[in-house]
Design a protein around this ligand. Structure first.
Ligand code: PLP
Length: 328
């Protein structure tokens, strides 16, 4: 409970509900907002698999729209053109007139802690009666216009996995300004047990998704260090920028009005071939570098999902590399 109070305070939301991990937290968000079997959930193909897996846990169908080159996050332009071509509003609900399915939610992701165009995405989602959930798993400590990422949507999720900017071993949190949704999140994440001194009453299907106290204790200690982590990450980013820009290599940098946590430092090379050589040479020299994720649309389980043109996502997939980014 104490970790939740401190998190809500830090992030600037009314409520925080901690979960066993970020993936389960996203699943829970989809349930909370009424995503049902066969609903469509709009997301981006350039993300870690967890985002898309969570959609399938809710038996919903991911729909992939393109990302912006300068945010690596869901593109409002691509979202708008998908909806222009496919959406139809009936009884204040959004339907895909080609598939007949309901378009229930939009799930953008803030790639490597950098903000996507979340205000514009929110505006479009609102216009179409689509619920907005932010996958801010990588964005602890990141802000856009002084507002913490994850706090723009009705619900937002941040991860505390071992590799994220702060960790609870494993863990995640749902953040929201909606008290009722927070209450419901806590209820469903604790097997939907109705409070009673001794009776075992459960009023709906529930989950064992609540973060254990041991992990929360670690989270409290990590939270005390978060500002130091953030400072070190941002200093490291600046050093990399200076170094790579001198070699004529493009580093990925925060946009105006953005304060990024620079969770993973990123460079953008000129071609797939250059990327291959860079990965081989650095890893041979014992420097751990990694390519960005393969697009979700390439995975066998998602290759038949609806999608728009993914030109930008494909461009980035071939050129983006993450370089060592840990805080020493
Ligand atoms: C880490 C991550 C998650 C999931 O978090 P876990 O706590 O590892 O389950 C979800 N989405 C993205 C984009 C992530 O990077």
């Amino acid at each position: 409970d104490e970790f939740e109070i401190k998190l809500a305070e830090y992030i600037g939301v009314k409520r925080a509900v901690v979960c066993v991990n970020g993936t389960n937290a996203i699943h829970l968000c989809l349930k909370l907002l009424g995503v049902e079997s066969n609903d469509e959930v709009i997301t981006q193909p350039l993300t870690f698999i967890a985002t898309t897996n969570a959609i399938t846990y809710a038996n919903a169908i991911p729909v992939f729209v393109d990302v912006d080159l300068d945010t690596m996050g869901l593109s409002p332009k691509s979202l708008q053109s998908f909806l222009d071509a496919n959406a139809e509003i009936k009884n204040n609900m959004c339907y895909n007139k080609n598939t007949g399915r309901r378009i229930k939610a939009c799930l953008p992701m803030h790639t490597f802690g950098h903000a996507c165009r979340i205000e514009k995405i929110k505006e479009i989602s609102d216009n179409y009666h689509i619920e907005l959930i932010e996958d801010a798993a990588e964005a602890m400590g990141s802000h856009y216009k002084s507002k913490h990422l994850g706090s723009y949507g009705k619900l937002g999720v941040i991860s505390f996995n071992g590799n994220k900017i702060m960790t609870t071993g494993g863990g995640g949190v749902i953040v929201t300004d909606y008290e009722e949704l927070a209450k419901k999140a806590k209820h469903i994440s604790t097997q939907s047990k109705v409070h009673h001194a001794w009776e075992y009453n459960h009023d709906q299907i529930g989950y064992n998704y609540r973060m254990p106290n041991l992990n929360a204790a670690l989270g409290l200690a990590q939270l005390e260090q978060l500002n130091t982590f953030l400072e070190k990450k941002r200093d490291l980013a600046k050093e990399y920028q200076k170094f790579f820009n001198k070699q004529g290599i493009q580093t990925f940098e925060e946009r105006e009005s953005e304060q990024s946590n620079y969770w993973l430092n990123t460079i953008i090379l000129n071609s797939l071939e250059e990327r291959k050589i860079f990965l081989e040479e650095t890893n041979r020299a014992g420097v751990m570098t990694r390519p960005i994720w393969q697009l979700m649309t390439k995975m066998p389980m998602f290759q038949d999902c609806p999608k728009t043109s993914l030109k930008n996502a494909e461009f980035l997939e071939e050129r983006v590399i993450n370089i060592p980014s840990s805080v020493k």
